[in-house]
Design a protein around this ligand. Structure first.
Ligand code: PEP
Ligand code: MN
Length: 337
């Protein structure tokens, strides 16, 4: 249920409405727009909405029938913009995240960070905990890797994003990362999502391998309903019958989600396609379709990469792509950050 306050409603009446609904067992989430405040109410018992509409300052009470409420545009009509260090995602911004699939050594990350920063990238990626299909594959450097990515990011003033796989890793991730990534395989790890709702850092939720858009938004809802409003979504390809690419990039998810949700929608063309030569065309298409950011795998020496070398761009390829992205972003009235 959403309580839409009158534009002139004062703090006192907003407070009174919140107290009223909390008494009925609801949790109130506040969205303060430039014009009016909307109070999203979740949980609680069935209530006659007229009792709320009679309260001072209330314009309208709307029942939301979709499962995702706080993620919906009805709750928050304006785009959510997430700012981390110099990076911005959402609204008029297209944020670029780039870096290797996995952190391998200080030398590799130093070289990557130096090149990416010189191109204009504001957020560096690198996995320290890797969700590998095979238990025999490299599983990531763990905390040693996080120390490396943070060190090079600080040197070049970059924000850090890395994947969290389980609740026990939260304190470590908070120490070294600016954005926590929930990977496709953990999109429906509901216990993890609940805990991420309690922290105060942006969360990037990648779309599950076979998740519908609604299921993906419900995962965002888990984090939002815990009180963490800094949620971003990332389309990374879904599993279809087509084997020519690693996954099938669902570009239409961008306009679909942006219409029904205020959350920033990013695209990962690297895991979507699995092939380096497909990354530039899909990145440009995603920007043209209005995405709020890209997450691209770039490795200083892809031929030597421990993980996902075939889908990683060289810094030179990425530099060319970055220039093209800036041009396309301009056409769709977005600024690359
Ligand atoms: C990643 O970004 O490192 C990754 C493993 O991606 P996904 O969860 O989308 O497969
Ligand atoms: Mn990868």
């Amino acid at each position: 249920m959403l309580i839409i306050m009158q534009p002139q409603a004062n703090e006192n009446s907003i407070e009174k409405v919140i107290k009223f609904v909390e008494k009925q067992g609801f949790t109130a989430h506040i969205s303060k727009g430039e014009i009016q405040t909307v109070i999203g109410c979740v949980g609680g018992k069935t209530i006659d909405k007229r009792n709320i509409e009679l309260l001072d300052g209330v314009r309208e009470v709307v029942k939301i029938t979709t499962g995702y409420k706080l993620a919906s545009r009805t709750f928050k009509p304006l785009d959510t913009v997430i700012e981390v260090k110099n990076a911005k995602f959402g609204g008029k911004y297209t944020g670029i995240i780039a870096g290797p699939c996995t952190i391998e050594s200080e030398k590799q990350m130093e070289e990557a960070a130096e090149k990416l920063a010189s191109i204009g990238v504001k957020t560096i990626r690198g996995g320290a905990f890797k969700p590998r299909t095979s238990p025999y594959s490299f599983q990531g450097m763990g905390e040693d890797g996080l120390k490396i990515i943070k060190k090079v990011a600080d040197k070049y003033n970059l924000a850090v994003i890395s994947e969290i796989m389980e609740i026990s890793q939260i304190p470590l991730m908070l120490k070294y990362c600016d954005i926590l990534q929930v990977g496709a395989r953990n999109m429906q790890n509901f216990n993890l999502l609940k805990e991420l709702g309690l922290i105060n850092k942006p969360i990037l939720i990648k779309r599950g391998l076979s998740a519908t858009i609604e299921e993906w938004l419900m995962s965002a809802e888990y984090v939002l309903s815990g009180g963490n409003s800094q949620v971003m979504l990332c389309e990374r390809g879904i599993r279809t019958f087509e084997p020519m690419t690693r996954n099938t990039l669902d570009l239409s998810a961008i306009p679909v989600v942006k219409k029904i949700s205020h959350l920033p929608v990013l695209v990962d063309p690297s895991h979507a396609t699995g092939l380096r030569d497909k990354v530039a065309p899909m990145s440009m298409a995603a920007v043209a379709a209005g995405c709020d950011g890209l997450e691209i795998e770039v490795h200083p020496h892809p031929e030597c990469a421990i993980c996902d070398g075939a889908q990683s761009l060289t810094p030179d390829d990425f530099c060319k792509l970055y220039g093209d992205i800036v041009k396309i972003a301009d056409i769709v009235e977005k600024e690359v950050k």
